[in-house]
Design a protein around this ligand. Sequence first.
Ligand SMILES: [Zn+2]
Length: 112
Amino acid sequence: MNNTELEKLVHYQDIDLMMREAEEVEKTLGFQIEGCEKLQAAKEEQARHISPRYLNTYKRLRTRYKRPIVPVKDDTCLGCFAKLPTAFMGMGKTDQKLMTCEHCGRILYWMV
Ligand SMILES: [Zn+2]
């Protein structure tokens, strides 16, 4: 994969998901988990390296989905399991632009 912007966004999502898990555990157990503020700092730092256009798309999708960025496997969106059109394949692998699933709207990334 040569889409570095997307890689950064995927990394941002990783931190985001970790934070959310920690928050859920905190709520369930009723105590604070150490390192949460470190995650928050890492997330903010990461956000600075992502273009606002990408970040805004992510944040918009984030209100609908727990995981706004999903991998593509066997030409299938792993968010909604819809088969992607063939024309999508080549584009997503090479283009620098953000590809979203026609069916669910999630951001797609191709695993190498
Ligand atoms: Zn989808």
